[in-house]
Design a protein around this ligand. Structure first.
Ligand code: WTA
Length: 638
C-alpha cells in the first residue's frame, strides 16, 4: 500500500481496507515512521469508558520522527521558514539540522530548569521559531506542553496553568502583531499571582518591551542557552516514550463550564497528522507549505509543527496579521517564498475579499498548487474568490473539516484526487467512518439526509481524555450516542454521498474560526457588578462567520453606554479580546420556559433580525417579553 494516495481508485481501495481491516491498514501506515520498538497491538479500544489505545507497546519519540530521521538525507532542507511581522526585518530559515540542534539545546535548558518527563509546561509565545523549538524540546524530553494562544487573558492563562498544574512557563517580553506590541510577560505576571505550581518562567527576548524579572523564578532564554553552551555537550537524547504517553494538552471551549484540556498522545497523533498532511495536501518533496494559523490552536500544532515536520516538509510560519502593512501581505509572502500550498481560514479570506482585489491583482501567485481551508464552513462566495483570485482556477481547494479533539483532518477532499464542491467537506479520509444520527439515537442511512455527525470507529489522532476529568470526556463526546464519538456538528449528506458540515448543534460559537462557548462568555459578563443575568447567541457575521450577540439584564440605574464598555472590558479581562460581544442589547427579561430554561432559539432569531420567525412562544413563562425584546432590537438596528 502506498503511503500517499495517487488516484481516486487508490483512495477507494485505501478506504475500503481501512474499514474492513483497520488494524492492518493503520499498521501499514505506522510502518512509515521511526520506532524505537515496534508495537505489539495496533488497536485496543472501547467507546464506553472510553479507553483508546493505538500502537500498544510501541516505543518512540515524536521528535526523532520530526527531526533526526530527516538529517541524514535532508539535513539542509529548510524545516521552518519564518516571516516576521515587519516585512523589513530579516526572515529566518532553520534547516532540519539547525532545528534539531536548537531543539536539543533548549531541551537541555528545560532539564536544567528541573523539567522532567510527564511534567507540564505552559507556552505563551508569539509566532516566532522559538515557539516551534519549545514544543519540540518538550516532546524531546517527554514533558507535556500546553500552548495558550497569545490572545487569551491572564485569567485564562491562570485557569489553564492551574488545571494542568504546569511547572514551568515559556513566554517572551512581548509580541508584534501588526502595528501593536502585546506585552506577553506582563500578562503572564498577572496570571502567575494565582498559580502556585509554577516554579520557573523562561523569557525570550523579542520586542525589548520592559519586563519585571522576579529573582529565583524568571530567567532569560538567551542566558539559559549560554549556560548550556558552556556545559559542553549540546546534544540531548530523545526520551523513549510509550505510544500512549501524553504528548500535549490543548484547551478548547465546549457548551458548558470552563474550557477543557483535550489530551493527545504520542504515536497515534504522530501517525495521523503525518498521514493526513501528506495526503490531503499531496505534499511533494521540496515544496513550500504555508499554514497561516497560530500555533496556539490545533491547526498550528498539527499542520505547522508535527504533520509537516514528520514528513520532512518545509513549513512556513508567519508572525504577523494578513492586513499588515496592507491587505496584500499573504500574497507578498506567497510571491517571496514561491509558496506551493497555502492553508488558511474562511474568515481571513472574507476579510481580504472586503479590502478589494487591488491587493491581489499584481502579485505573482503562480507557484501555488493547492489551497486549503479550515476552521468553519466556507461560504460559496469566499470559495469562489479563493478559487479564482488566489488559485487562478487551477488549484484544488481542500475544505478540511476536523476539530481540536480529532488531531487531524477527518472529512476533506484529497487535493486533485477526490472531487470537490464549494462549501462541502466531501468524503471521509481513510480510517474515518462517519454516521449521521437522529434525535432518537438512530443512525440515518442513505443519502440526501441530515443529522448530527458522529464517528463510529476510532482513528489514531482522536483525543484520549480531557485533562484531570475523564468523566467529562465521556459525557461530552461518548455519552450522547452509544458507541459513537459525537462531534457537536450538524451535517448533510447529499444524493452522491458527499458531506456538508452545517455548523454546531450545541451552544458553541465559531467566531473567526475560534471556538467560543456561550456559557463561558455569559459567566464572564455575569461577573460585572451591574449585571443580573445574560444570554449569548451567535448570529451570521459577514467577516467573522458568526458574531456574538449578548442579551443582558442589568440593574436599572446604569448608564447603558458606559456599562457596555465595562462589559467589554470585563470579557477581555476574563477570557480575552476574542470573546468580546459584537452586540449588547439590554433587556428587562429573558424568554424562559416554565422550568426556567432560556429559549435560545428565539434569541437567535431576534439576533438574526428574523423577527417574524420566532416561532411558538406559548410555552414561555411570560410570552410578552419577546415583543419587548423585538421592539428594542428594531430600535437598535435603526
Ligand atoms: C468547525 C479547528 C465546517 C466545526 C480545526 C468544528 C468546520 C469546529 C470546518 C472545530 C470546516 C472546522 N467546515 N466547519 N472545514 N473546520 N469547523 O476545535 O464546527 O477549533 O466542530 O478545530 O470548527 O473547531 P476547532
Amino acid at each position: 500500500m502506498n503511503f500517499q494516495i495517487n488516484s481516486f481508485e487508490e483512495y477507494q481501495e485505501a478506504y475500503k481496507k481501512s474499514v474492513e481491516n483497520p488494524e492492518q491498514f493503520w499498521g501499514e501506515v505506522g510502518d512509515h515512521f521511526f520506532w524505537k520498538r515496534k508495537w505489539n497491538n495496533v488497536l485496543n479500544w472501547n467507546f464506553t469508558e472510553p479507553d483508546i489505545n493505538w500502537y500498544e507497546g510501541g516505543k518512540l519519540n515524536i521528535t526523532e520522527n520530526c527531526l533526526d530521521r530527516h538529517i541524514y538525507q535532508n539535513g539542509d532542507t529548510p524545516a521552518i521558514i519564518w516571516e516576521p511581522n515587519d516585512p523589513t526585518e530579516a526572515h529566518r530559515i532553520l534547516t532540519y539540522k539547525q532545528l534539531l540542534q536548537k531543539v536539543e539545546q533548549f531541551a537541555n535548558v528545560l532539564k536544567n530548569n528541573n523539567v522532567r518527563k510527564g511534567d507540564r509546561v505552559c507556552i505563551y509565545l508569539p509566532m516566532v521559531p522559538e515557539l516551534v523549538i519549545s514544543l519540540l524540546a518538550c516532546a524531546r524530553i517527554g514533558a507535556i506542553h500546553s500552548v495558550v494562544f497569545g490572545g487569551f487573558s491572564a485569567q485564562s492563562i491562570a485557569d489553564r496553568i492551574n488545571d494542568a498544574a504546569c511547572k514551568l512557563v515559556i513566554t517572551s517580553d512581548g509580541g508584534f502583531r501588526g502595528s501593536k506590541v502585546l506585552e506577553l510577560k506582563t500578562v503572564v505576571d498577572d496570571a502567575l499571582m494565582q498559580c502556585e505550581s509554577v516554579e520557573k518562567v523562561i523569557v525570550l527576548t523579542r520586542t525589548r518591551t520592559p519586563v519585571s524579572m522576579i529573582k529565583g523564578r524568571d530567567v532569560w532564554w538567551e542566558d539559559e542557552i549560554k549556560k548550556v553552551e558552556t556545559q559542553g555537550n549540546p546534544s540531548c537524547p530523545a526520551e523513549e516514550m510509550d505510544a500512549e504517553d501524553k504528548l500535549f494538552v490543548l484547551y478548547t471551549s465546549g457548551s458548558t463550564g470552563k474550557p477543557k484540556g483535550v489530551v493527545h498522545t504520542t504515536a497515534g497523533y504522530m501517525v495521523f497528522t503525518g498521514y493526513t498532511f501528506a495526503n490531503t495536501f499531496q505534499y511533494k518533496p521540496g515544496e513550500v507549505y504555508f499554514c497561516t494559523a497560530d500555533i496556539g490552536w490545533i491547526t498550528g500544532h498539527s499542520y505547522i509543527v508535527y504533520g509537516p515536520l514528520s514528513q520532512g516538509a518545509t513549513s512556513l510560519m508567519f508572525e504577523g496579521i494578513p492586513t499588515y502593512p496592507d491587505a496584500g501581505r499573504y500574497w507578498d509572502i506567497v510571491d517571496k517564498y514561491k509558496v506551493n500550498i497555502i492553508y488558511t481560514a474562511p474568515t481571513a479570506i472574507r476579510s481580504l475579499m472586503a479590502f478589494g482585489d487591488e491587493f491581489i491583482e499584481n502579485k505573482d501567485l503562480s507557484s501555488l498548487r493547492v489551497l486549503g481551508s479550515v476552521g468553519e464552513p466556507i461560504n460559496e462566495e469566499a470559495w469562489h474568490w479563493y478559487h479564482e483570485k488566489v488559485g487562478k482556477k487551477k488549484c484544488p481547494i481542500v475544505d478540511t473539516w476536523w476539530q481540536t479533539e480529532n488531531g487531524g483532518h477527518l472529512i476533506t477532499p484529497i487535493a486533485g484526487i477526490t472531487p470537490e464542491i464549494p462549501s462541502y467537506a466531501m468524503l471521509p479520509l481513510p480510517g474515518i467512518q462517519p454516521a449521521l444520527m437522529d434525535e432518537h439515537g438512530n443512525e440515518i442511512e442513505g443519502n440526501d439526509v441530515s443529522g448530527n455527525l458522529c464517528i463510529k470507529f476510532p482513528w489514531p489522532g482522536m483525543l484520549r481524555t480531557t485533562w484531570g476529568d475523564h468523566e467529562r470526556c465521556r459525557q461530552t463526546y461518548f455519552a450522547t450516542y452509544k458507541n459513537m464519538y459525537f462531534t457537536g456538528d450538524g451535517c448533510y449528506r447529499n444524493p452522491d454521498g458527499y458531506y456538508r458540515i452545517t455548523g454546531r448543534v450545541d451552544d458553541v460559537l465559531n467566531v473567526s474560526g475560534h471556538r467560543i462557548g456561550t456559557a463561558e462568555v455569559e459567566n464572564a459578563i455575569n461577573m460585572h457588578s451591574d449585571v443580573v443575568e445574560s444570554a449569548i447567541v451567535g448570529y451570521p457575521h459577514p467577516v467573522k462567520g458568526q458574531g456574538i450577540y449578548a442579551y443582558v439584564i442589568a440593574n436599572h440605574h446604569i448608564d447603558e453606554e458606559s456599562t457596555k464598555k465595562d462589559i467589554l472590558q470585563t470579557v477581555s479581562r476574563l477570557i480575552g479580546p476574542i470573546a468580546k460581544p459584537d452586540v449588547i442589547q439590554f433587556v428587562s427579561d429573558l424568554p424562559k420556559t416554565r422550568s426556567g430554561k432560556i429559549m435560545r432559539r428565539i434569541l437567535r432569531k431576534i439576533a438574526e433580525g428574523e423577527f417574524s420567525a420566532v416561532g411558538d412562544i406559548t410555552t414561555l413563562q411570560d410570552p410578552t417579553v419577546v415583543q419587548r425584546i423585538i421592539e428594542d432590537a428594531q430600535k437598535m438596528r435603526k
